[in-house]
Design a protein around this ligand. Sequence first.
Ligand SMILES: Cc1cc2nc3c(=O)[nH]c(=O)nc-3n(C[C@H](O)[C@H](O)[C@H](O)COP(=O)(O)OP(=O)(O)OC[C@H]3O[C@@H](n4cnc5c(N)ncnc54)[C@H](O)[C@@H]3O)c2cc1C
Length: 459
Amino acid sequence: MDEKIVRELEGIVGDEWVITDIEKMRSYLTDETAEPVKPIPVIDVVLVKPKSTEEVSAILKLANREKISVFPRGGGTGLVGGCIPTKEGIILSLERMDGIEIDRENLMAVVEAGVTLGKLMEEADKAGFFFPAHPGDEGAQIGGLIACNAGGARAVKTGVMRNYVKGIEVVLPTGEILNLGGKLIKSNTGYSLMHLIIGSEGTLGVITKAILKLYPKFKTSITMIIPFEERHNAFRVVPKIFQSGVIPLAIEYVEKDLMEKSAKRLGLTWPCKEGVAYLLIIVAETDEEAVYKQCETIAEICNELGALEPLIAESRREQEEILKIRSEIYMALKPETIDILDVAVPPANMSKLIDRIDEISKKNGVYIPIYGHAGDGNLHPHIMKVEGWTLEQYNTIRKEIYKAAVKLGGVITGEHGVGAIRREYLSLCLSDKEITLMKEIKKIFDPNNILNPGKVLPM
Ligand SMILES: Cc1cc2nc3c(=O)[nH]c(=O)nc-3n(C[C@H](O)[C@H](O)[C@H](O)COP(=O)(O)OP(=O)(O)OC[C@H]3O[C@@H](n4cnc5c(N)ncnc54)[C@H](O)[C@@H]3O)c2cc1C
């Protein structure tokens, strides 16, 4: 990077917050994408850590003027290489922007982009509220969670990030600052630019602040582990639960060998000995009696559809442990994983998808463990390593799974996003016209293509 530009960046954020020594920024060159598909970072980059929106704006004005690429970065927990610098330029880390205010009267939090999910959950809890969204890694930052429209296990009742975001402050690639939305329950004023920025994966603007909806604390929650000998029965249960009027906070599908492996990694024991496939169901309400009533209804439905004896976790510690084991599956599988997929189909088609993936697995002799968000129709098949295989062979498997999902009315990604590694597959589920419109939108926001180039849109 040109010395003159580095000096100018130092003038904006202070010398201390501009890092040019590659050894001091190694952890900023990567994310949690599986190694075999992770993009190789370009190392001719400078790491900049602004403290305010005005500083972000000044950095983007400079970058736009000089046509320097900027790669916004949150907690680096992304799974599709979204924050990895793939061109020389600036890594923009929002970590120092970590202010948080709770507005009790409106049940909202005003949160700077660098606040981690863990910190938001903690501060909401201290103030007597609850932030239900839980994408697996609590080190993810608010900017990254909104940029990816993250989902996670607890999205069944209260939705994905988009459902929590009421307002955002965003800096455009050309440096202007926009405040979109607000502390509003209703707003119908023109096209929603806010919803366009949510899920744009750092390609349309840098999110600097957000207004997020909070929930009153649920009085009671219970986690049920429901074992099945036959996994199709687990999927048959899901629509029946919704039809009964019960909307749990989470309905996850997991398998025994994966939970045991994950628990072992954490030094814990998976508590359920029976069955091979499980639904993990979290029921949470502000009314204690309602929780017990709903659990009873779920237990009856499961019993009718061939479930074995459910295991009930009531203490906070037990419930947190179960969620922790579930969240750790990715890390437990990661060393042998080529790619973690994130396909989503209409929930009623999950059984068909899983059967189709099994066929692909058997036909090609590749192990594809599956788990995921059964209440949302969003599954995570892992393509695992096969000795001697080339990346081309894995690509064939990935494409077959994508095509199977699309044929069942689905999409190639339900929550992780497109990032750097899925953009060439977009056309499997989006029309040419949709892709053209997206490219035109990108040009309007970012005429010089400086913000996170090489991500989301196909070449
Ligand atoms: C163990 C594990 C479990 C996970 N489980 C889930 C899950 O259940 N559901 C789910 O949805 N995800 C899950 N993820 C993926 C990941 O946590 C989410 O994608 C999360 O939203 C990434 O946030 P981050 O702050 O780490 O973003 P990063 O990885 O730093 O960046 C992700 C993208 O957001 C952009 N970005 C970051 N900050 C900003 C900003 N301020 N403004 C504009 N763009 C920005 C980046 O440019 C990049 O494109 C999991 C990850 C791990 C490691």
